[in-house]
Design a protein around this ligand. Sequence first.
Ligand SMILES: Cc1cc2nc3c(=O)[nH]c(=O)nc-3n(C[C@H](O)[C@H](O)[C@H](O)COP(=O)(O)OP(=O)(O)OC[C@H]3O[C@@H](n4cnc5c(N)ncnc54)[C@H](O)[C@@H]3O)c2cc1C
Length: 363
Amino acid sequence: MATLVIGGGVVGLSIAYGLLKQGREVIVIDGSDTDARASRGNFGLVWIQGKGLEAPPYASWSRQSAGLWKQFSDELKESTNIDVAFSQIGGVEYFTEIGALEQEAADLSGLREKLGGDYPFEMLDHAQLKKLVPEIGLKVAGGIFSPMDGHVNPLLLLRALTEAVKRLGGRLQTGHSVTSIEGADHSYSALLADGTRIDGDALVLAAGLGSAEHGEDLGFKAPVRAQQGQVLITEKLPFFLKYPSGRIRQVNEGGVQIGASKAETDSEATDLSTLQELARYAVDVFPLLEHVQLVRSWAALRVMSPDGLPIYQRSAKYAGAHFVTCHSGITLAAAHAGLLPEWIDGRNTAPDLTFFSESRFDV
Ligand SMILES: Cc1cc2nc3c(=O)[nH]c(=O)nc-3n(C[C@H](O)[C@H](O)[C@H](O)COP(=O)(O)OP(=O)(O)OC[C@H]3O[C@@H](n4cnc5c(N)ncnc54)[C@H](O)[C@@H]3O)c2cc1C
């Protein structure tokens, strides 16, 4: 019998890939093109700095994943011949206000202390940063360099994962929304809109925002909400930007990606004032962008838990059902592929993910 993975975004596919590598039979069921799909509209960062300031286990988990990313991308290349354009030479956060820079450095120092000292970063003033990134403008007060950060082409990642899942014998049922799930211990049936029924002996609910609809039936709270992010991309430019940042990066094809805003809405429409704000910030940081053409803008929806941290939850109702969600599915893809399958299998060697259970939302 197979493990049913509901959701074929980067989270579902990473887990499916990992489970297949462990020798499990896997069926991924992915919904329709009208679904929100964060995996197709994100910023592509494998990002550590600033994550888990208030939750050190999240900082450690993200970092563990970043540490696995090189091997993960090499493996995908070997099995699919798709190079996901992963680079991890460090990243820079730019600050236009000195106070905000100093505050961030103090927060990161606090986190470093909580983590026992192993959390590399460097605060750079304008002159120091200019040596590293000569193109910065006069409005940049300084920045924080972190050697842990990197980026990837998220669409190539999705394609590589899809291909890798197929090559390992995984079944992909795409364009089919699950309308209901019948569950019992180690026995699951996903019912599709066209009446098809797909059976499995285990289930992973990884349907992004779609998880909210099915969580309760399986014994989960699945408290996810949408948070909109808008992104801009410029025409292709000669390469000048070696280090990605949380809001500006040059993609492997040459365009400069600028983003992403944050708004508590489930609208997938862009608006001019948000895009202007993004563009203004980018020009403040890199004045050379002032006269380049913007070729595309879009909005996509993040999948957010109430506290922004991932949720890894075993069902208390039925044995063999798991719920997984997170708001940094690119960063965590390597851990989801490499380490989550052990947790799903309940092995002794699995990471301890108790911190990320839904019990933290009990009132
Ligand atoms: C603007 C923006 C920027 C981001 N930047 C980054 C970044 O730089 N780095 C990073 O790590 N993360 C980033 N993220 C977050 C990252 O994109 C998400 O964490 C990740 O894509 C979530 O993947 P997912 O598979 O959970 O969800 P999704 O990609 O939304 O996929 C869910 C899938 O489930 C399917 N589905 C839903 N309901 C059903 C159903 N009933 N039956 C069958 N299938 C169903 C849908 O069709 C969909 O394909 C960003 C997100 C946004 C929006």
